[in-house]
Design a protein around this ligand. Sequence first.
Ligand code: F2R
Ligand code: MG
Ligand code: MG
Ligand code: MG
Length: 348
Amino acid sequence: ARSISLDRFKGCLVGGVAGDCLGAPFEGDQTVSSTVLNSYLEHMDEAAQKRNQPYKPYTDDTAMTFALCKSLLKNEGLNLIDLAGQYAHEFLSDPRRGYGSGAQHVLAAIATEKLYESTDESAVLEPARQQFGGQGSYGNGAAMRVSPVALLHAKDPIELMITTAHRQSLITHSNGLAVLGAVIQAAAVRIALQTEEGKEIDPKRFVNELRNVIIKVDHVDASHREIYLEKLNLVLRFLGKTAIDEEEFCEQLGNDISAPGSVPTAVYAFLKALKPSQDFEVGSGILRTILTAIEFGGDTDTIASMAASIAGAYYGRADIGEDVLKHCEGVQLAEQYAEGFFARLTQQ
Ligand code: F2R
Ligand code: MG
Ligand code: MG
Ligand code: MG
C-alpha cells in the first residue's frame, strides 16, 4: 500500500490549520467539556452567520507555518537568513495573530536591524540567543510551525529532517527544550506519514520511535532529553488509564505554551484519538484528534494544531469534511503548499 501521497501531505498542513482555527477560541481556558465541544461543532454554521468574519481566523501558529512553507519551497530547502526574513516579514505585515511576547521581540529585532540582509547566519540567530537572559525561549513556537519540515524531508534520511527542524527553531528559540520539541513534532509527523495506508498505529511503537529520535539530537543538554523521555513515559501511562484526572494530566503532561508542556500532549491527543471516543461521535479521525486536544484547555490552538498535523499525515485530507473546513481560514493556501512539497518530491 502507498504511504506517502498528496492526500496525506495535504492532510498534514490542512489538519494543522484546522487545529489552529478551531482551537484558538479556547486558548487559555481551563478545561473544555465534551458537551461544550459537541455544541460548538453543531452550531458552527449558525455562529458563522452571526459573525462578520466568514471563517475562524488562524493564528501565529499557521502564519509561521506558511512562512516556513514559502521559504522552504522558494529555496528548495532551508536558508536560515531568508527564513528569518520571511518570519519577520509575516509578523510585521500581520502582527495581531497572537504571537508570544518573546517571539514578537525577536521578530521585531530581526526586522528593525535588517538582519535578513546579513550574509552571516549567526547574526540572524543573535536576538533569539539573547532571549530570557541568554537561556533562550523554551516556548512551543518552534514546534507549532515545524510540520512542513517533515514534508520537505519525507524521502530523506531522518538525520536531515532532524537538522532542518533543529536549525529552523534557532531563529526564534535557542533553548534545547524548544529545539527538542520541534524535532519530536516533526518526527511524529514523519512517522505518521510513513505508516502504510490502512495500517494501525501501535502507540508503544510510535513512542519508541520518538525515543530513538530524541537520542539522535545533537547539541542539546542531556537533562533536556531526559525531560522528554520522561514525558513520553507519561504519554503511555495516561493512554493506559480508563479515566483521567484532568488536574493531574495538566500538571504532569501539561497544556501550556512551553514546548515540553505541549508537544508530548499533542502526541498523546493523536494516539488517544486513534480509538473511537464516547465523548465525540465524529467520523473524522482528524476532527476527533482536535477535540481530544482542545478538551484539556490551555494552549488549545497550538496543541490541537500540532496533534492534527500528525493526524492529517496519517488519515489524509479526505478524512475531514468541508462542513468543518469551510469555517477555517487558510485551508486553500495549506493545500497549495502541500502540492508544492509533493511536486518537489515526485520530481526528485
Ligand atoms: N501567545 C500565545 N498565547 C497567549 C495569549 C494570546 C491571546 N489569545 C491573545 O490573543 O492575546 N500564543 C502563541 O504563543 C505560543 C508560542 O509562543 P512562542 O512563539 O514560543 O513565544 P515565546 O514568547 O518565545 O514563548 C512563549 C512564552 O513562554 C515563556 N517562556 C519561554 N521561554 C522562557 C524562559 N527561558 N524563561 C521564562 N519564560 C519563558 C514566556 O512567557 C514566553 O512569552 C503559542 O501558544 C501560540 O499560539
Ligand atoms: Mg499550524
Ligand atoms: Mg496561536
Ligand atoms: Mg497557542
